[in-house]
Write a protein that binds this ligand. Sequence first.
Ligand SMILES: Cc1cc2nc3c(=O)[nH]c(=O)nc-3n(C[C@H](O)[C@H](O)[C@H](O)COP(=O)(O)OP(=O)(O)OC[C@H]3O[C@@H](n4cnc5c(N)ncnc54)[C@H](O)[C@@H]3O)c2cc1C
Length: 430
Amino acid sequence: MTDAPAPDLFDTPPAGELDAPLFDPKAFRLSAHAAALADRARALGQSVFAARAPTYDREARFPVENYADLHRAGLLGICVPKSLGGLGEDYRTYAIVAAEIGRYCGATALSWNMHVCSTLWSGVIVDDLDLTEIERQDHEARRAVHYRRIVEEGAIYSQPFSEGGAAAAGGAAFETRAVPIDGGWRVSGKKIFASLAGHADYYGILCTEVGDESAPSRRNTLYLAIPAKAPGVVVTGEWDPLGMRGTVSRTLLFHDVEVPAENALMPRGTYFQAASRWPHMFLTLSPTYVGQAQAAYDFTIRYLRGEQPGTPPVKRRQYPTKQIAVAEMRMKLEALKSLWFQAVSEAGPDPSKDQVIRAWSAQHAVMEGANDIARLAIRTCGGQAMLRSLPLERIYRDSRCGSLMLPWTAELCVDRIGRAALYEPGERDE
Ligand SMILES: Cc1cc2nc3c(=O)[nH]c(=O)nc-3n(C[C@H](O)[C@H](O)[C@H](O)COP(=O)(O)OP(=O)(O)OC[C@H]3O[C@@H](n4cnc5c(N)ncnc54)[C@H](O)[C@@H]3O)c2cc1C
């Protein structure tokens, strides 16, 4: 494990020592502020996270040290409002910063996304939804408690919603149930693939509120922060996957866990409204993989130029087949980045049908494209490039995981795009 100290993220990184930005501020018309934050994330990723990534991967170990650095850099509170001590960044700036981190450690970027989404969903997304004045006041008071914990104490939130059934794809009510009790809920159920299991301080779960005689409904989904140390919370199962090994996505069991009302991360009924009206909330898994796509491409350029650290300075760029492969990779990279940048720029409430189709298309392009570019990188660079002493084989394995992530798996995106393109709402074939 490299013990390099994190750079002070509030200093400007030294010019010329960093990789080029994923999104050139001039070409993509970023604000100076967004560009500076992306620079700082890249400095942390390149100078610190990249060296630690092989150990987290090999040992399937959670990046505890990286989280301490993210806290120190203020990045745990990237989407927490400034008035509550956070950086107050918007959706797109977060996405660009997350992509920069994803270039250097996929598992850190992906698990950090689960944490940040806890603040995005309860933050700017709730702000865009219809709530009564009382609901809004209650929510404001509750989220201030969560945000203070994050900013001041470095509390980490995760986002386990997968259960192995149809719920995570949006097709059924969550099997994890919350029964109302005096002052809160009693929660029972199971979550699989719970990234940050055993390392988050709070598990932000989606579950179904039940209690009366009516059938469980997706409309009654609750989003609750369960303290990791609450009686009845159990972390179980192994985590020895193909890729994204540092996410430590083990299984969580909840046995009659009592959760106080103030731990609701969204008011009753709001999750259903958010999922219907703010669909870009599900696009946030993609920034990590934009970073991975760039990393696979960058590796190839360095390797073929004989400039990849840890390899002999042998040039291989002179072969036409390699030039063609690099052109193919670059075209794929440009296409996925441009589409993705447009889609994240459109995130907001009540998007048009075309905007939603574009978001699904961006997700598909990134999740399939990142692994496709990594595949081409391995084929093009050759055998010496896939040794475990180099990052490419990890990028190849990590990038394969993107398409599997619900609710917008690559398959489900194709499914939805085709259906939405051919049918208007309410249309049926008799
Ligand atoms: C590295 C990693 C980290 C993860 N972290 C988290 C996390 O922090 N929190 C979390 O909640 N989840 C997390 N997940 C889980 C992820 O989102 C999925 O839930 C999980 O990969 C689903 O696997 P499954 O085999 O149960 O999917 P299944 O539900 O069995 O689906 C298998 C495939 O069938 C397709 N499919 C599913 N439903 C339908 C349908 N209705 N119609 C058509 N096709 C369908 C999909 O394409 C899907 O890929 C993580 C996954 C990975 C790989």
